[in-house]
Design a protein around this ligand. Sequence first.
Ligand code: DSN
Length: 413
Amino acid sequence: MTDHALASVDPKIAKQILLEEERQHRTLRLIPSENYAFPAVMEACGSVLNNKYSEGYAGKRYYEGQQHIDVVEKLACQRLKKLFGVDHANVQPYSGSPANLAVYFAFLKPGDTVMGLGLPSGGHLTHGWGVSITGAYFNAVQYGVRESDHRIDFDEVAKLAKEHKPKLIFCGTTAYARTVEFDRFAEIARDVGAILAADIAHISGLVAGGAHPTPVGHADIITSTTHKTFRGPRGGMIMCTKEHKKAIDRAVFPGLQGGPHNGTTAGIAIAARLASKPEFRTYAANVVSNAKHLADELMSQGITLVTGGTDNHLVLCDLRSCNVPGKVAAQALDRAGIVCNYNSVPFDTRKPFDPSGIRIGTPALTTRGMGKSEMVQLARWMNEVIRAPDDVGVTDRIRGEVEALCDSFPVPR
Ligand code: DSN
C-alpha cells in the first residue's frame, strides 16, 4: 500500500484542515447543532467503507461483496432499535433533510397537506417552510408559538389540524428552548387521522440519554440527524413502528437515494453503542444543566431569553433590549472566540439574514468537559461583548481568555 499523506498530495486542503482543527480547539463552540463526534466515529468515517457501493438493504443488495457492510448496517439498526426502543430503524438517509423528504415521499402526494412549526417560531425548513421543496410541492400549513410566552400554541395546532386535515404533522424544532410535548401532538394527530413525525435532530442525544422525553409511543415516525447531541457522523436516520417499515424503507431507497454512505453507517453504529453507556446519560444530563447555568447567568447579566430560559441544550437570546442586532453580536462574539449563530426570534421584525437574536447551545462545550463555572464565565464574556461589539480592546482581551480556557479543555481526539 502506498501512503500518500494528505499534506503532500494536496497541501492547500491539508492546511485548511489543520487550521480548522486549530479553530475548533481554540474557540468556544456554541452552535447548538454542532458537536465533536466521538473519535471512533471519525475513524470509521475515514475508513475503507467509503469505497463500497451497497444499494439496497442488508441481505438484498444490488452489488456483490457485501459480507462486511451487511454486518455493519445490521448492527447500526439493531443498536438504534434497542437504544430508542423502536420497532424499525433505517440508517441510510444522507442527513436530516433527506430523512424528512423520505417521510413526505412515503406518505404524501404533491399537493397533500402537511403541518409543521414555522421557521420563525423555531421549526425547520423541511417542515413545510415556503422556500423549501416541502413548502413548494405540498400544501403546507404552519403553526407557531404564542405571542405571550413564545411556547408552542397547542390550541392553534389543534384548530389548524381540524380545519386543514393534514395527512402529516411534523413536530420538532431547531430553535426552541423548551420540551417538545410529543403526547400533545400525538393526541391532535390521532384526532385528525394524521401521521405524526417527530424530528428529533437537535435532541436525539438527549432522548437517548434520558434528558428529554422520548417520542416513542407517541410519534409514528421519528427522524433525526446523527451528528448533533448524538455525537455521531454527519448523517440521518428514521425510526418507525412496524406498520410503516416498508413505506419508509422504500421511500429512502429506491425512492430518494442511491447507495448509502457506509462509513457513516458504521459511525452511526458506533455512536449508538456509545450512547447506550451510562457515561452518555451523564453527558446528556450535563448538556441540559450547562444550558440552564448559561441561561441563568445571561439573564442575571440582563440579557433577555426567548421563553425566559431553557429545558434543553439550547438558549435563544433576544438582543432587542441590548440594542444590538443578532448578526453584529454574533460577529463580535466570533472575533472574541465565541462561535454562535444569529437567529430570528419569534415575531421578529428584522429579516432572517439580519435578525434580532443569537442561538447558542451547550452540546460541544459539554463534550469538552466544561461545567457550571465555565458557563458562568462564558455568559459574562458574552455579555461584555454584546454590550460593546465594536470595542476591539474587549474582544481581543476576551479572545485571549477564551484561548486559555480552551487549552484546559482539549477537544476529544
Ligand atoms: N442546520 C441545522 C441547525 O443548525 O439547526 C438544522 O438543519
